[in-house]
Design a protein around this ligand. Sequence first.
Ligand code: URA
Length: 487
Amino acid sequence: MRRIVLPEVGTFEAWRSAARGLMAEGVPAEEVLWQRGAAEAADLFSTAASPPKAIDPREGASGTVPAAFLNLARTVIWHRDPQRFALVYALLLAVRRDPRLIADRGDPRVARLEGMAKAVRRDIHKMHAFVRFRETGDPDAPRRRFAAWFEPTHLVVEPATPFFARRFGDMDWSILTPDLGAHFEDGRLRFGPGSARPPLPEDAAEELWRTYFRNIFNPARLKVKAMQAEMPRKYWRNLPEAALIPELVTGARRRAALMLEAAPNPVPARAARIAGRLAAERVKPAPVGDREAFLHSLGGCRRCPLWRDATQVVPGEGPSDAPLMIVGEQPGDREDLEGRPFVGPAGALFDRIAAEAGLDRARAYVTNAVKHFKFVPRGKRRVHQSPDRSEIDHCRWWIEQEQEMIRPRLILAMGGTALESLTGSRRDLMKRRGGLEETRDGTPLLVTVHPSYLLRLPDPDRQAQETALFGADLRQAARMVAQLSPP
Ligand code: URA
């Protein structure tokens, strides 16, 4: 039996290197015992650990593993199941024999690992959504200091924390968990041992969270089960706003009834168009450059009927002096719930490819051609519907103001809706992709496809090709931004 002890940090790279070595030596899956970290390894003192054979990266064993396998492995290894390394190694051997296996969702090994990867992605997402920092240092210090306590279901601290480093790069912080601590100091992220729950001081931001939560809570839309699925109870004790939930839920019926009483009679269907136009006229454009005023008037947008079913408007986000503006179609289900663009599956794919292409999302202004989620309810799901021409035309009002405010040096139009909104036509998108055009006000515009298009492609080879082209478009955008930016 070979025993491989993997480190708690850099686990995937170590697993990959060990797996390559074992595969090169022809070691079958059932002859390997995998462990992660000193604690797991110390439990099994009877077997001697044999270090993985050091492998030259040029060695053939790394050769022809499909990218889809590596993506799956890269996610699954953060699952807490002690079998995960062995399962992934067994699949690696099987995929080497038959690379098509990785696309076979009917294969029980693939299906099991896909299920585990999904649980890990969900946990990473929950960590991004539910970490709540508390200020622990001097608020007047040049770099403010924060700390948070979090209890992830899986071992996701390493893959989940670079997100916080991007988002909160201008402060120092620690995220403490029972498994591992992540510490960001002076722009460097490092990991340390896990800890017990520390006593963290309550700070002013908590009251802010509670006020925000009270304000976004809509009693007429309350669905307790859906809310608990979104924000499972296990996270409540670390969320300052969760203390409000019982009181808000109990009072919801009464508040919804009061809202109904106060509601005006419905507008007759034939008058909806006129009402929409009048409402549109009432929303004044924000003074150019005034972002707060812009957000305020966008929040009251009634230019088309999409606001009625959406949870909230989703404005663009990013620095006000961003050299690059990235435009998608419209918020999806996740974005509608979180109020931020590209935080769902298309956003995750975009983030991954952008990072590989050297395109820094944090330096870009990311927005959508249409600012409310359009969908049809199907059972418990809300199924995306593409916005139609009139919705795109109504929403152009906002994107033009965003252009005025940000004055980007380059705009990246992702997909037909963005292209139509910014140039007036989406014809021949696939011929135009990778090409440079201009928006109505003369801003250079680079055309590419939408990341959701990549997610929908059923054929893995085609998907890989299209993903590579998308990556090339993003690389080109990054290069152009560097060229168009003043030194
Ligand atoms: N798709 C988009 O076009 N925009 C988003 O924000 C999310 C998904």
